[in-house]
Design a protein around this ligand. Structure first.
Ligand SMILES: Nc1ncnc2c1ncn2[C@@H]1O[C@H](COP(=O)(O)OP(=O)(O)OP(=O)(O)O)[C@@H](O)[C@H]1O
Ligand SMILES: [Mg+2]
Length: 375
């Protein structure tokens, strides 16, 4: 284990106890930078991790500082940025032998949660080198402003999170919030999240305590689902989960930013009808679909999957992919960038408007998809 990990492990836990009135992180919530967004959808395979990675790619190319918190025991975001958790064997202390334990070589989100110390999230952040060329043009995968590539950080996750989450009690569910949203004593009153423009929390499928832990640390939820029957069916249950966090877990400030449709195929009538139904339900104030549908729809192309397998950002294919890949990567990147701009507006990032104007200029007319006009 690294020094940092040992430090985290050795610090005494300061249990938050059961919340009486407003807990410390909640008081902070009302005044601090509201930049933490949980990507949520109860259905597995809906696109939470994909959207997390695509947004990170876009925002870093906008020149911003982006922190991903992988809060899924599958660790897919960690893998996608090339930071799969490595385990090392710990010699058994038991004289009778037995199976040696394994622990991560770097602290993960699990050590952060277990430590339960204000501001400790900072100690588990790993910086990601996603191989950007800062001098490359934006339509070829470079930054929006030449030379100004942002920063990507991640707090990783692995399977032990699942076992641990099964033991959480109600008071344990705000430990990530404490670690991320509260300043440490020696940080000059700056909480870890404040050092980043956007913090994206990738959540697991289902509605387990892990999702509740994520939602409690977030100011906003962003929903993503497939433009398919089962994808749409999962929306009401996901909104219910958010409502439960607001009501039963005393986090009234949590707001739902919107819903992004994923794996969209332009010519599919079935998909078109389904999406129209959701938009109609929303405009009729149907409480089951009380979520604004965002204009950007992520198309379904194999280059998305390919970029994840290669642990590279999708934008890497804008310049170096095979010809067909360059075209499809461009379509998906443009949607992801449009969604990133809407997210910046939603969290009231001070540079949201400026970045939007620059982005519209950056794509040459002949390479623009309709999404740019819609944003
Ligand atoms: N727009 C897309 N185009 C092509 N492939 C996609 C797209 N969106 C998702 N996929 C693929 O579908 C699979 C599931 O997506 P993803 O892992 O993002 O879903 P998830 O909601 O994070 O799943 P889980 O609930 O298991 O965490 C992945 O293999 C991903 O590469
Ligand atoms: Mg995922």
């Amino acid at each position: 284990m690294s020094d940092m990990a040992t430090q985290i492990a050795e610090q005494p836990a300061q249990g938050m106890g059961e919340a009486t009135s407003l807990s410390a992180w909640q008081q902070h919530h009302t005044t601090a930078v509201a930049n933490v967004v949980a990507l949520m959808m109860r259905k597995g395979g809906a696109g939470k991790t994909t959207l997390t990675l695509l947004l990170a790619d876009a925002l870093v190319r906008f020149g911003l500082r982006v922190l991903i918190i992988d809060l899924d025991p599958q660790g897919n975001s960690s893998i996608g940025v090339g930071k799969k958790v490595q385990l090392e064997e710990v010699p058994s202390l038991n004289k009778l032998g037995g199976k040696p334990a394994k622990r991560p070589t770097e602290p993960t989100v699990l050590e952060v949660i277990e430590a339960d110390i204000a501001g400790v999230a900072e100690d588990a952040i790993q910086l990601v080198d996603w191989g950007y060329d800062a001098d490359e043009a934006f339509p070829r995968g470079g930054p929006l402003r030449t030379g100004q590539i942002g920063t990507l950080g991640i707090i990783t996750a692995y399977h032990a999170l699942e076992t641990e989450a099964a033991t959480w009690r109600p008071g344990d569910l705000e430990k990530l919030a404490t670690a991320l949203l509260l300043p440490t004593e020696d940080s000059g009153d700056v909480a870890p999240n404040v050092k980043w423009d956007v913090v994206l929390i990738d959540t697991p499928p289902g509605g387990s305590l892990i999702s509740i832990q994520a939602a409690k640390a977030a100011y906003h939820a962003l929903l993503v689902t497939q433009a398919q029957r089962f994808g749409v069916e999962a929306i009401p249950d996901t909104l219910l989960l958010v409502q439960e966090v607001k009501d039963s877990y005393k986090h009234e400030d949590l707001d739902v930013l919107g819903l992004v449709f994923n794996e969209y195929t332009e010519r599919s009538q079935t998909q078109g009808q389904l999406m129209a139904q959701v938009e109609e339900a929303q405009s009729n104030n149907d409480p089951d679909y009380d979520v604004p549908v965002w204009k950007g729809r992520l198309p379904n192309y194999t280059v998305v999957d390919k970029s994840q397998a290669a642990e590279t950002p999708l934008s890497a294919y804008l310049a170096s992919g095979a010809r067909g890949e360059r075209d499809t990567a461009r379509k998906v990147c443009q949607v992801a960038e449009a969604v990133a701009l809407q997210l910046l507006a939603g969290i009231r990032h001070p540079h949201a408007d400026e970045l939007k104007a620059l982005w519209k200029q950056a794509w040459p007319t002949h390479q623009r998809s309709s999404v740019i006009e819609e944003v």
